[in-house]
Write a protein that binds this ligand. Structure first.
Ligand SMILES: *Cc1c(COP(=O)(O)O)cnc(C)c1O
Length: 452
């Protein structure tokens, strides 16, 4: 039997190329706006569909998007309309999720540092709460009091199954800061006792890690969490835990346009490790971010200058650490594909030369691709940074007081690109305001007061 060929993304009349040329002809990338983020909204909706279709139709599932992957209200609003829920991990993300239109019963609140006020607000709203640690449990017990809460509440478990390929993304190590450790001496019994003592603890959560965690590792962590839920329910003599939150973390392939692994691979890995998970007794929750959004986004930057140093051509672009923070600081873990385009947006051809692609920030490490073989950049060309729909332009880093970059949504209809403004570029006045200009005299006034 022949394998079924996967339909490449480019068969949709290459919306990405159409968007890049339209970006130029519609005047959206300019001297004043030299780097932009783009979101292919059809591609986002396709990913949402793919996620829903991957799970068996007879399993109750709440698929949430991790807000930190795309903290842009219009993108979250599109996902809310498409039937997603939202996973949040700070008061800001909770406010974004509520503002974007996610109903409270489709929001899950995870954070290792929830304050009493945040917990009170979460309980008032009725959003799901994943308790991170023993002291947080005590706070929640006090807040819940005698009334059964409307929020589904449970523990975040750290199954301690080990690290994936990127240490900083691995949340299930022995000493991870996240969740209730499961394998420490006495830990399992203590978790079970806590569930039995508080019958309103009705869910359980684990998130083994993000990019770099192989599917079998994620499946093992989820299996251990499932087995714990079964043990708690057996001890309780009833189905106390009704919902298992599986976390997110499906890795993204940053090497090509191919989506691998994909959501069906995830479901297959879980089915192999713990088939009972899908027998309909538990509602399942997912919290994907990167795998939902990375491939639906890209950045396009003007190449401001091309110079040569030590024999190495270096393209100076406007896409650096402020929009590609992880790639700049951990280049081995977060390589990105770079496209070379002529000033009109057309694909640049010609012999490939080894070159660096750098950003605008004032530190030497601000390079988004090093020693890459690409058609030679010239000033005025466009550098395209692919697969950046999650955690890149939406996750601004305020280094050098660079403004937040503009972000546009696009879709292609009859080979015409339709734009929607997702976030306008931050103005310099706003950057100055953010720096505390309202209190400009705060220190000098004091200084005067103490000068003889
Ligand atoms: C970051 C995070 C996610 C999303 O991870 P992805 O790798 O983007 O899928 C989900 N759940 C929790 C608790 C997280 O911290």
């Amino acid at each position: 039997m022949r394998p079924t060929p996967k339909v490449p993304v480019t068969q949709r009349s290459d919306p990405r190329s159409l968007a890049i040329t339209a970006l130029v002809s519609d005047g959206l990338v300019t001297e004043d706006s030299p780097v932009v983020g783009l979101v292919d909204t059809d591609a986002v909706l396709e990913r949402v569909q793919a996620l829903h279709a991957a799970f068996p139709a007879d399993v109750r599932a709440l698929h949430t998007v991790a807000a930190k992957a795309a903290s842009l209200t219009p993108v979250l609003g599109l996902l809310a309309t498409a039937g997603m829920g939202c996973e949040v991990a700070s008061p800001g993300e909770l406010a974004l999720a509520v503002g974007a239109g996610f109903p409270a019963d489709r929001i899950a609140f995870d954070s290792p540092a929830k304050t009493p006020a945040e917990l009170r607000e979460a309980l008032r709203l009725g959003v799901a709460l994943n308790i991170d640690n023993r002291e947080e449990l005590e706070r929640v017990v006090a807040l819940v009091g005698a009334q059964p809460p409307t929020s589904p509440i449970g523990f975040r478990i750290n199954p301690q199954v080990g690290a994936g390929g990127i240490g900083a993304m691995s949340t299930a190590t022995d000493t991870s800061k996240f969740g209730f450790p499961l394998r420490d001496p006495g830990a399992r019994a203590a978790i079970i006792d806590a569930y039995l003592a508080h019958p309103w603890l009705t869910q359980i959560h684990c998130h083994v890690g993000s990019q770099g965690c192989p599917l079998p590792l994620m499946a093992t962590g989820i299996r251990d969490t499932y087995l714990l839920a079964e043990e708690i329910n057996a001890a309780a003599g009833r189905a106390q835990i009704t919902r298992i939150d599986l976390g997110g973390g499906l890795p993204v392939n940053f090497d090509s346009d191919e989506i691998t692994p994909d959501f069906p691979d995830y479901v297959a890995a879980l089915t192999a490790a713990v088939p009972e998970l899908f027998d309909g007794r538990y509602e399942l929750v997912t919290e994907f971010g990167r795998s939902l959004l990375a491939k639906s986004g890209m950045m396009v930057s003007r190449v401001e200058y091309v110079k040569e140093s030590g024999g190495r051509p270096i393209a100076i672009t406007h896409a650096g650490a402020q929009v590609a923070t992880r790639t700049v600081f951990m280049p081995e873990s977060w390589p990105l594909r770079i496209g070379v385009r002529n000033p009109d947006g057309s694909e640049k051809t010609g012999p490939r030369v080894v070159q660096d692609v750098a950003g605008p920030c004032c530190f030497a490490g601000d390079v988004i691709a090093r020693g890459r073989e690409l058609p030679r950049f010239s000033a005025g060309d466009l550098a395209v940074v692919y697969d950046t729909g999650a955690y890149y332009f939406s996750t601004h880093f305020a280094y050098n007081s660079l403004p937040r970059v503009p972000v546009y949504g696009y879709r292609v209809r009859e080979d015409r690109v339709e734009w929607s403004l997702i976030r306008r570029q931050q103005t310099i006045a706003e950057v100055v305001r953010e720096s505390g200009v309202a209190d400009a005299a705060a220190l000098t006034a004091r200084h005067e007061a103490i000068t003889p």
